[in-house]
Design a protein around this ligand. Structure first.
Ligand code: BJW
Length: 236
């Protein structure tokens, strides 16, 4: 029987060939920083200038990059898929959004940024979110609350990823799960493969090299995302 309910999970490997760095580089640093210095609520409380500067630099970097053949292949697939497609990305870049922007929205398609979005900011008091494509200053007043500040709309370690109820519901009914360009080092995303297996889905990993969870997948195809993702999508 043909697959109808597709869940695709993407990680930073899909954006690597667009020029966005992945996270777990050999030196263990992200753009020269240790994780705990920039990607935790504690880091923001301790040194908001450092954290805002880190995200300001990444926001500016995003303006200089474009979606690649892998993002476009997934957008083409979603446009022609006869069924439900949930594209869950751990990436905070907007490259999937841009790849989908020039196609009519397909019925049954959803894109979820489970770790937030670099081009948005959120109020520390109310959690309300607004577009914020430009720089944030260390203590940025919030338009939503007199005592609030704007922080990057990013899910830091120890915080809850977004829309988990919708993601888990889609995983429970999926019949094809495809994981692309993620090391499987960060939970809860690293556990989605187990939920897909419980649902009885066909499970496929597309990555530069086998991830930590390789043995949990039915099938793996390895190479640069701009090659393996279009080839895989063309075969569906
Ligand atoms: C290519 C390629 C090419 C390269 N083509 N491929 C102990 C045990 C278990 C869990 C925990 C634990 N201690 C703490 C936790 C929980 C913690 C966690 O998982 N920690 C781990 C480090 C152990 N998780 C959390 O805190 C999360 N919240 C949470 O768990 O809440 C409780 C909860 C439980 C259950 C349900 C619901 C809630 C929050 C996690 C937030 C993660 N945020 C980050 C940072 C965002 C900020 C920012 O962007 O600055 O998100 S971490 C970072 O890692 C980022 C990424 O989205 C995420 C995943 O990384 P990714 O994308 O996989 O990148 P890499 O670099 O690891 O891998 C790149 C891959 O690409 C590699 O495989 C390459 O081979 C490949 N590649 N070039 C194809 N050209």
């Amino acid at each position: 029987m043909a697959s109808r309910n597709l869940v695709t999970l993407t990680g930073s490997g899909i954006s690597a060939e667009s020029g966005v760095p992945t996270f777990r580089a050999a030196d263990g640093l992200w753009m020269g920083h240790r994780v705990g210095d920039v990607a935790t609520p504690e880091a923001f409380a301790r040194d908001p200038a450092l954290v805002q500067d880190f995200y300001n630099r990444r926001r500016r970097q995003l303006a200089a990059v474009q979606p690649n053949a892998a993002h476009h292949a997934l957008a083409d697939l979603a446009a022609r898929w006869d069924g439900h497609v949930l594209l869950v990305t751990q990436n905070v870049d907007d490259l999937h959004d841009r790849a989908h922007a020039d196609r009519p929205p397909a019925p049954g398609f959803e894109l979820i940024h489970m770790h937030g979005e670099l081009l948005k900011a959120e109020c520390t008091m109310t959690g309300q979110v607004c577009d914020r494509p430009g720089d944030l200053v260390p203590v940025e007043p919030s338009p939503f609350h007199p005592r609030g500040r704007l922080r990057p709309h990013i899910v830091w370690f120890g915080e809850f990823p977004l829309h988990m109820d919708r993601i888990e519901a889609a995983l429970r009914r999926c019949d094809l799960f495809v994981s692309i360009g993620t090391s499987g080092a960060v939970y809860p995303a690293a556990g989605f493969i187990q939920l897909a297996n419980l649902a009885g889905a066909r499970t496929v990993e597309l990555n530069l090299e086998p991830s930590l969870g390789r043995r949990l997948f039915d099938e793996g195809r390895y190479g640069p995302a701009t090659e393996v993702v279009p080839a895989f999508c063309a075969g569906l």
